[in-house]
Structures are given as C-alpha cells and as structure tokens.
Design a protein around this ligand. Sequence first.
Ligand code: NAI
Length: 334
Amino acid sequence: MAHTITLIPGDGIGPEVAHATQRVLEASGVRIDWEVQEAGAAIAEKRGTTLPDEVLASIRKNKVALKGPIGTPIGKGFKSVNVTLRQSLDLYANVRPIRSLPGIEPRFEGTDIVIVRENTEDLYAGLELMIMPGVAQSIKLITEKACTRICEYAFEYAVRMQRKRVSVVHKANIMKLSDGLLLECFRKVALRYPRIEPYEIIVDACAMNMVRNANKLDVIVTENLYGDILSDLGAGLVGGLGIVPGANIGLECAVFEAVHGSAPDIAGQGIANPTALIQSGVMMLHHLGEHTAANRIEKALLATFEGGMRTVDLGGAVGTEEFTRAVCEALGRA
Ligand code: NAI
C-alpha cells in the first residue's frame, strides 16, 4: 500500500535535505505518494501568506507530513510558521531522540537520551505586548491540561521504548505557579507508572548535568522554551544539529522534522547534512508501521558513518549528494 504524505521542503537548506530524504525513503522500497506543499518566506512573496490554507488541509487529510526547516525573522516580521503549524494542528509533543552515531566524535560515548518538549504553549504562545514605550511583556502560558498530557506522553513513551526514567525539567523554585503546575502534574502522572522512575531537576542544573552525564536523565519532559534550548545543547553533545531528528505528534496528525533550522549560511552550496531529516524520516516510517524499512534505513545510515563518510559539518569533505548516494547504496546491502 502506498502512503500519501505531505512534503514541505521549507526554506534555506530545506529543499536540499528534503530531496535527499525522499531518495533514501524511496530506496528503502516503501511506496510514498508525496503531496508537495510550499510554506515559508518564498511562498509569502507569491501568496501573501507564509502558511496557505491548503498546507494545513493537506496535513489534516494525510495525517502525516515530512517538513524541512522554515526561517522566522528575528525581532520583527511574520509569526513563526513552525509555531503556527504546531498550534493549529495541536501537535503537542515534540520528540527529539539524541544519540551518538558511530564515526562521529561525541562529547561522550553512547549518549542516548530523548527530549519530550511541550509544543503548544509556554512563552511560545505569542502573547506579547509593549506595556508602555521601553517596557515589553511576554506572557508564559502554562495549563494543567497541556502539562498533564505531555507528562502522560513522556511516561507512555518511556514504557513503549523500555526506558527506565523520566526527568522533568523545570524552574519551579522561581516560577512557583507556572513551572510549579508542571511539577504538580508530573508527580500525579508519575504515580500511574510505578515501573518508571520519576526524577526532578531544575533547568540550570539539567544543562550542567547534560554535559557531564546526559544518560542519567534518560527521557526528559519539559516546557516549550527549555525543550528548545536543551535540544540544541543535546545536539552539540552528539556532533551537531546536522544529525538530530524530531517528531511533532498530535492526536490526529504528526509532522516529522529535524531539530535544525534553515541554515541560511550554507544554503544552496550542496553541503548540508541530510542525516537529521533522514532520521526524522525513519521516525515517520515507524509511526506509519513500516518498521522493516525504518530499521533498514537506520542500519544503512550507521554503516555509512562506520565507513568513515562525513559531511562538512562533521569535519569531513563529503557533500549532500555524495552522502545521500552512499546511504542509498548501503541500503541496497542492508
Ligand atoms: P540553524 O539550525 O539553521 O543553523 C545553526 C548552525 O548549524 C549553522 O551554522 C548551520 O549551517 C548549521 N546547520 C544546521 N543544520 C545543518 C545541517 N543539516 N547540515 C550542516 N550544518 C547545519 O539555526 P539558526 O541559524 O539559528 O536559524 C536559521 C533559521 O532557521 C532561522 O530563521 C530560524 O528561525 C529557523 N529555524 C527553523 C526551525 C524549524 O523550521 N523547525 C528550527 C530552528 C530554526
């Protein structure tokens, strides 16, 4: 059976890594009919919107999308397309596995943690105002409903993936109400999962612990902003943004995308590392129940790294095309 999947190539290096990922997924033998949809800065010039209605309609219809990164202007301009997508489709859980890969020099051997980031509220709710000239206010919105469901997701994930511990990352010593609410929900949910060890850690201590012994944290559950920052820290532990995948999961739909952004500094040069989006594609195949193909791609990717192939961001000299070809060839042998 062919899967119909929405593909948003995105901005910057997005089309390059999306094309590479399409090739690898197709080489795995899985049949996919891609429904390509444009979103982001490029479409805004033509259509006057960064997120045309048909993009959301396509994802709602197909239930699954693979998405390249989309740029967001800093300090002014349009609201983040990524945030709008996550909020509009209620993609409440952002799952980011952070694992060392063979052949890439990690900070620590065998790093293997997962960040489960709440994806719909916190300071990302977009509630900002200038109270008066020179005084700006951003509202941190935290609800019991969102905290409970993200904690439930993290514990369910831990059970499913045979993990031992779920660590809640907070700053409830200072934000006693908002982060306090997360902590309260976490404690209630944890009682329902006696086989998973609950662990509480303040965000600053978490940052320090991540660079000393990340694995102790195992599955991290946290709010939107802390999750965003800690994911990039995690990426730094295992070799950089070029390799860390992600999934935005909702009750109805799921959008798979790398942790990295549009990397305008290297766009169009043919040197982007497609690994992060390929790995997001692997997560997507598991989500679709295509476990055999997903495992084969993962094996091929590992074999490619074991063979010493490295893109420029990882200290090598190989471009996107050569790397993608090598993964497809390894897939033929996997
Ligand atoms: P970035 O992740 O695009 O780039 C940070 C650094 O990592 C750059 O030096 C870049 O060249 C490198 N890098 C990232 N991905 C790479 C890859 N696959 N291969 C090789 N090198 C890679 O972060 P930055 O520069 O802060 O953001 C650029 C734009 O992307 C911004 O407009 C931002 O809003 C957007 N963004 C979008 C995201 C999304 O669509 N989910 C996520 C993060 C940022």
